[in-house]
Design a protein around this ligand. Structure first.
Ligand SMILES: [Mn+2]
Length: 440
């Protein structure tokens, strides 16, 4: 992950925030290996919170972070898989309890087999337990068991964690503001993703299948040292582009169709999230270009507005306004923009939100509302701007040449002190650039 000092500094900041809120201990489970079928597992991906805090990249176990460690101690306790010569021959290196202490800055480490008993010891001091309920049933039950065991011992002087608080209010607030080393990872993810999208435009020709375009994209991710896609790659040609969560299937790309690609490469646990829509033939029809220009104008207006202090809702409103003006110009809606915005009829063609946070998770952590109001952007936030226009194939109210097309354009925007920086600006976007890339 990152240098050990970076994770140590993050933990110190989290501990300081915990102390401001009354202290206690934060319990973060590591990700487990997930079964795919029979005795096969999905490729391992560490839990983002756990990885952000510890930098420890092995499955199973947990981290316990004490708000108030003794002088000279880090306050980090790790529960890890123990060294096991036999298992390491089959599955690879394990840091073990020694490595968790020497290489990862833990005060102490214990094998996972002792986790429950050791957690009980650590949590017998009372105080807040920062633990995210409702994420893993197995972990929820473990925490309940520990609390029950401690309660049964209260007459011996032990205390019970109280209250149980969501670590998100501390951890996710910090993850929301990206540090320079995180922005560097996002830049690498963006670079790899730009190459992948250009490959898709180049190879997404008539006769190609969606899965072939997907394979070009994911080849580009991996070839450049990325982990692979940060989320399920969408390659949707023709009417498939009107299905918002369509994955790459086996449909054939046909001349005259638009192909929508929503794909982002993950690099060092940070992911890009980019959507482009290109003409399979290499050339937009007149009607397609008009519709494309509507989405592009909305997206550019949204990006232009990104700066510290602007709310997430304000971005959405700017984008919706532009889209609705365009929908009227295209003959999809009638009347005046303010009325169509007020009655929500545009949602037939644009039904999703414009932005989400981006980082280690594609829909990254961080609340969108603060004190009941839309959150204001701050320097270091990374947000997507992704307007779309989707016309159902059977929409008899729409001009025939627009039926069955889906267009979305999405970039990853870093909020800077001065305004913003488009991290994914290298991915061709103007219709001329896109056409050029398609025919190269
Ligand atoms: Mn997105």
């Amino acid at each position: 992950m990152f240098d050990i000092q970076i994770h140590a500094a993050r933990r110190a900041a989290v501990q300081a925030a915990m102390r401001r809120e009354g202290g206690g201990a934060m319990l973060l489970p590591a990700a487990d290996e997930k079964a795919r079928n029979a005795d096969n597992h999905f490729p391992f991906r560490q839990d983002s919170d756990f990885a952000w805090l510890t930098g420890f990249d092995e499955p199973e176990g947990a981290a316990l972070l004490l708000a108030d460690p003794a002088e000279g101690r880090s306050g980090l306790v790790l529960f890890v898989r123990p060294k096991d010569r036999e298992r390491e021959i089959w599955d690879g290196f394990r840091a073990g309890v020694e490595g968790a202490v020497s290489a990862h800055g833990a005060d102490a480490a214990h094998p996972v087999a002792e986790m429950e008993a050791k957690l009980e010891e650590h949590l017998a001091r009372g105080g807040a337990l920062w633990y995210r309920l409702g994420f893993s049933r197995e972990w929820d039950e473990r925490v309940v068991r520990i609390v029950q065991k401690l309660r049964a011992r209260v007459r011996t002087g032990v205390r019970v964690p109280d209250p149980v608080r969501d670590p998100a209010s501390i951890l996710h607030e910090q993850r929301l503001v990206k540090a320079p080393e995180e922005i560097e990872r996002l830049r690498r993810a963006a670079e790899i993703t730009a190459e992948a999208h250009m490959a898709a435009m180049r190879d997404g020709r008539p006769g190609a299948r969606e899965y072939q375009v997907q394979s070009e994209i994911e080849y580009a991710f991996r070839r450049r040292g990325g982990n692979g896609p940060g989320y399920g790659t969408i390659v949707a040609t023709g009417v498939n582009a009107t299905v918002l969560h369509y994955r790459a299937g086996n449909a054939e790309l046909k001349a005259g169709e638009l192909c929508l690609v929503d794909a982002g490469g993950e690099y060092g646990l940070y992911t890009a999230d980019v959507t482009r829509t290109f003409p399979v033939s290499g050339e937009f029809t007149k009607a397609q270009r008009k519709a494309y220009d509507v989405v592009l104008a909305a997206q550019e207006a949204g990006i232009a507005a990104v700066k510290p202090g602007v709310t997430v809702d304000a971005l959405h409103d700017i984008v919706v306004r532009k889209l609705v003006e365009g929908m009227i110009a295209l003959g999809l809606l009638h009347g005046i923009p303010a009325e169509r915005i007020a009655d929500g009829s545009y949602k037939k063609y644009y039904m999703h939100r414009t932005s989400h946070w981006l980082g280690m998770d594609v829909h990254d952590v961080g609340v969108y509302h603060v004190d009941g109001e839309s959150r204001r952007l701050a320097a270091g936030n990374v947000i997507t701007v992704e307007p779309g226009l989707y016309v159902a194939a059977d929409d008899t109210g729409a001009p025939p040449e627009l039926r069955g097309i889906g267009i979305r354009i999405e970039d990853d925007i870093l909020v800077t002190p001065e305004g913003h920086e488009n991290l994914t600006a290298a991915v061709p976007k103007s219709p001329d650039e896109v056409e050029l890339c398609c025919t190269r």
